[in-house]
Each structure stands twice: as structure tokens, then as C-alpha cells.
Design a binder for this molecule. Structure first.
Ligand code: AHR
Length: 505
């Protein structure tokens, strides 16, 4: 018999233990067939606030310990979560970025105003070489977003040539700038949020432009490109429909952006100061809320592409709260609590279920921006609760999703915003997968703030022993890590998991 092991992850927020709920889950290993694309664990790094400068990059002259300019603490943290793919340079920034400003001797690189993000002056010291070399160091795929908003097809064509051609004028320029061999670049984004900051286009117009720009993204010396069209925001199903009709197989992937914030009008809600209603509403929005949206976009894609050639890429998702008081306006710096950890776990559990169509997702963003993995300040770095969820979930990458059925008590979530739908969501969210070596991973997230939950899992034909069980929990939903107290929220071994009757736990 193959070694079969259970990894159990529970995210328990409850502390008073007033009562105990029960949940039953049945695994269906007989139906396990879809691989959880490792790219679902993708990251996003934009020239925004201190994501790049200060977050990833401090420059080789910095007193902060670094390797060729990349800060060592962040490098190690990212290696530990096995980042599979990183999207760059934006976001909205991408559609104002001129890549030629970011190559060559640093002292000659022109400056620009980062109009989208606080009007900060960008010195272009982090450019194509710095990004692609970082991806090589991390062993992750680069995902480069082209400037379709204010750039030209020629600029796009030359960038692809510069990065991936062996010979020719752009390769010559690259070699002059110190890089002999082309990089391997697979993922190319053609515009970003083209319905908004990327040019305020209608999908009909965007589709034609996509066809034009993508034509000149050439494949050099065997480098296969995976071309991604700028997709819908949240509930814009018409965008997906027209893109599928007009672009079809000319794209390999179509993106979708889905953020979780309390309201877009005025305050988005505080990252650290929220009440129970707001907490539950957030969990429902990123769980049943995102599932509903995924289902609808996927249904449209299924209709136009029944053979599943074009993938859905949720290349921006996560929580978007008000900026931290005292931080620079427009830099989207926010703290990260147990609530954010729960959002990450519930969203990832949901993405696993749709991995057949979902080719990639990229949480926004990797450092110091929105729902980040790490926060940095000078030479200090803290790992966020969200980071730990990514770490606990790494074993799911490239494992086969095991369908499951969950019976859990539910909660009702309302947003005080007029017109916002009331959602009913389960307290316990789960997913399971089977890795190549036979290890079975079970991921559980219990959103209940007041009650513990006894989860019984029918493992069906799976037999084995528990190898590792990890829990991320804290006393309060608002708990978070700070530079002064970096270990308030951290994973621990979980001792409460047992196997009974051979296959029930
Ligand atoms: O992630 C922050 C911003 O959110 C991105 O730049 C943009 O694409 C989206 O609106």
C-alpha cells in the first residue's frame, strides 16, 4: 500500500468555546482528476508604494542585508512559500510603464511620475533585468504585463524580443546591458484593467486592440508565450462574453479581478478595527461570493470554449482595506489580521474546486501593498497571517484536487450598504488534494468566532496515518503581527486530529 498521510490544517478563531458545532465532510477520491495548478499560488508585484522599493528591492548599496539588491529576509520568506509565478510591473502602473526607461546604467534611467499611486517619483532602478533575475533566483515564472494603454505595438514587440530573443537588435542591446542569454518568459499580459485605468475601453474596442498587440508578441527560439487578455472586474459578465466571442483562441488566458472590501464608496473598512458583522460579511464575500462569480464567468467560457483551451486567471484578488493611518496616501499599505488569513484560506479552498478552468491566480500584492505576504520597515520584516496560510497550503500545488462534500452550519452575512446581497455561507470551508507521492492534504478553515467545531471527515478509500497537522489560530479576529510583536499570529502543531475506524477522523 502506498504511504498515505493526512495533513490537517485548521484555522480556528474561536476562543470562548461557548458551544461546539459539528461538521461532516466526505471525500470522494474516486472522482479526483483535476490538478491544482501551482500557479493558483501566484503573486503580484506592482510599482506601487513600497512593494518593489523597500519591499523586494533595496539596491546593492543598502545597509539592509541583500543579495544583488534584493533583501535577503524577503527572498528567504518567498523561497519558503515556493512562489510559482510573479506578475509585474502592474496593475495600473503597467499601462504607463515604458520598459526602455528601466534598462541600462541606472544613472541614465529617466524618472517618471507614478500617476496612479500617490504621484511618487519612480527612478526606474528596478526594471526588466532586476525583475527577471529575481524570478530566476526564486525559481518562479515571470508574468509580464505589457503597456497597451499608453504604449505602442512596437514597444510591446521590442520588449518581448529584448527578453526572449537570442539574436537581433534587441538581443544585442540586452547583451550590452549585461545579460547574454535570453530569459525564459512565458506569461505575457496584454493590458490591465483596460475597462478602467488601462484605457477606459469598451470590450469591443479592447478585443480588436488585443488582436493587434498580441500579433506582435513573437515567439523567439522556441520560447512559447502564454498570452493573457485583460478581463472583467467582478460581475462584468458581458466583458467575458464579448472577449470569448471576439478574441477566442487568440488568447491562452482571460483575467478576472475580484477584491474584497467592505464598500467601494468612501471607506473600504479598517484593516484592524472591525466588528463581527463586518468580519462575517468579508468571509462570505470571498467564499460563496467569489464562487458565484467564478461559476458565472466559467459558464460563459464553457459555452464558447467547451474544450477548455482558454483559462480563467484571477490575476488580482484579496482584501482591500483603508490605508493604515499615518502611511503615505495612495500607497495602499494595510495591516493583515486573522480575518485576512481566513480570506486567503477560504479563497484558496474555492479556487481548488475550479482548478480545471482556473489557470492562475495572483494575490494582491506580495509586499507592503493590500493583502501582502510580508510587511517591511527599514531592516525589519514581518510575515503576515496570510503568508502563513500560503505556507501551510504549499503541498497542494500540483496535487490532484479531491472533490468533497461538506455539511456545516451556516451564517448569514449582510453589508450595511444598500443593495448589497445578503449571503449565507458555511462556517467551515474545506478542500483536499492528493500529491504525487500519495500524501493527502486536507485544508480546513473554521470562520466561527464563538464556537469550536468538531469536524468528522469520511476519508472513503483513503487509509494511512497523520504525518503532519498544523493550525493557525489566535485569540482575536483582529490579531496581527507588528514589527514590535512579530509572532502574535504564527502556525503551531495541531494535536487534535485522530484517525478512527481506519479512515474516519
Ligand atoms: O492592486 C492594486 C490595483 O488594483 C491594480 O493596480 C489595479 O489593476 C487594480 O485596480
Amino acid at each position: 500500500m502506498k504511504r498515505t498521510t493526512i495533513l490537517s490544517l485548521a484555522l480556528l478563531l474561536s476562543m470562548p468555546m461557548m458551544a461546539q458545532r459539528t461538521t461532516s465532510i466526505s471525500l470522494n477520491p474516486a472522482e479526483a482528476k483535476d490538478k491544482i495548478n501551482k500557479e493558483i499560488y501566484g503573486q503580484f508585484a506592482e510599482h506601487l508604494g513600497t512593494c518593489i522599493y523597500g519591499g523586494l528591492w533595496v539596491g546593492p548599496e543598502s545597509s539592509i542585508p541583500n543579495t544583488n539588491g534584493y533583501r535577503n529576509d524577503v527572498l528567504q520568506a518567498l523561497k519558503d512559500i515556493k512562489v510559482p509565478v510573479m506578475r509585474w510591473p502592474g496593475g495600473c502602473f503597467a499601462d504607463e510603464y515604458h520598459w526602455m526607461d528601466g534598462i541600462g546604467p541606472k544613472e541614465n534611467r529617466p524618472r517618471m511620475v507614478n500617476n496612479n499611486w500617490g504621484g511618487t517619483v519612480e527612478d526606474n532602478s528596478f526594471g526588466t533585468h532586476e525583475f527577471l533575475n529575481l524570478c530566476e533566483m526564486l525559481g518562479c515564472e515571470p508574468y509580464v504585463s505589457m503597456n497597451m494603454g499608453s504604449g505602442s505595438p512596437e514597444e510591446t514587440a521590442k520588449w518581448v524580443e529584448y527578453m526572449t530573443a537570442k539574436d537581433g537588435p534587441m538581443a544585442k542591446l540586452r547583451k550590452q546591458n549585461g545579460r547574454e542569454e535570453p530569459w525564459k518568459v512565458k506569461y505575457i499580459g496584454v493590458g490591465n484593467e483596460s475597462w478602467g485605468c488601462g484605457g477606459n475601453m469598451r470590450i469591443e474596442y479592447y478585443s480588436d486592440l488585443y488582436r493587434r498587440y498580441s500579433t506582435y508578441c513573437r515567439e523567439f527560439n522556441g520560447n512559447r508565450l502564454y498570452k493573457i487578455a485583460s478581463g472583467a472586474s467582478d460581475y462584468d459578465y458581458n466583458w467575458t462574453e464579448v472577449a470569448m466571442k471576439q478574441i477566442g483562441n487568440r488568447m491562452n488566458g482571460l483575467s478576472l479581478h475580484y477584491y474584497t472590501c467592505y464598500t467601494w464608496n468612501g471607506s473600504k473598512g479598517s484593516a484592524t478595527n472591525f466588528n463581527k458583522d463586518q468580519y462575517y460579511w468579508t468571509i462570505a464575500k470571498c467564499g460563496v461570493g467569489i464562487e458565484e462569480v467564478l461559476k458565472k464567468h466559467i459558464a460563459i467560457m464553457d459555452e464558447y470554449d467547451p474544450r477548455n483551451h482558454v483559462k480563467l486567471l484571477v490575476d488580482e484578488w484579496g482584501t482591500w482595506w483603508d490605508e493604515e493611518p499615518g502611511s503615505v496616501r495612495g500607497h495602499l499599505y494595510q495591516q493583515n489580521t486573522m480575518r485576512d488569513a481566513m480570506v486567503a484560506a477560504v479563497s484558496l479552498n474555492t479556487f481548488h474546486q475550479y482548478t480545471k478552468r482556473i489557470g492562475m491566480t495572483n494575490i494582491a500584492q506580495i509586499a507592503n501593498v493590500l493583502q501582502s505576504m510580508v510587511l517591511t520597515k527599514g531592516d525589519k520584516m514581518v510575515l503576515t497571517p496570510t503568508y502563513y496560510v500560503f505556507k501551510m497550503y504549499t503541498d497542494n500545488m500540483e496535487a490532484i484536487n479531491i472533490p468533497l462534500y461538506t455539511i456545516s452550519d451556516t451564517f448569514k452575512a449582510e453589508n450595511e450598504q444598500k443593495g448589497s446581497p445578503e449571503r449565507v455561507a458555511p462556517y467551515v470551508s474545506a478542500s483536499a488534494s492528493k500529491a504525487k507521492d500519495g500524501t493527502v492534504n486536507i485544508n480546513l478553515a473554521n470562520a466561527d468566532l464563538d464556537n469550536s467545531n468538531k469536524v468528522t471527515i469520511d476519508l472513503a478509500t483513503i487509509k494511512g496515518k497523520i504525518q503532519k497537522a498544523t493550525i493557525l489560530t489566535s485569540k482575536d479576529m483582529k490579531d496581527h503581527n507588528t514589527f514590535e510583536k512579530p509572532n502574535v499570529v504564527a502556525p503551531a502543531n495541531f494535536k487534535g486530529a485522530t484517525i478512527k475506524d481506519g479512515n474516519k477522523k
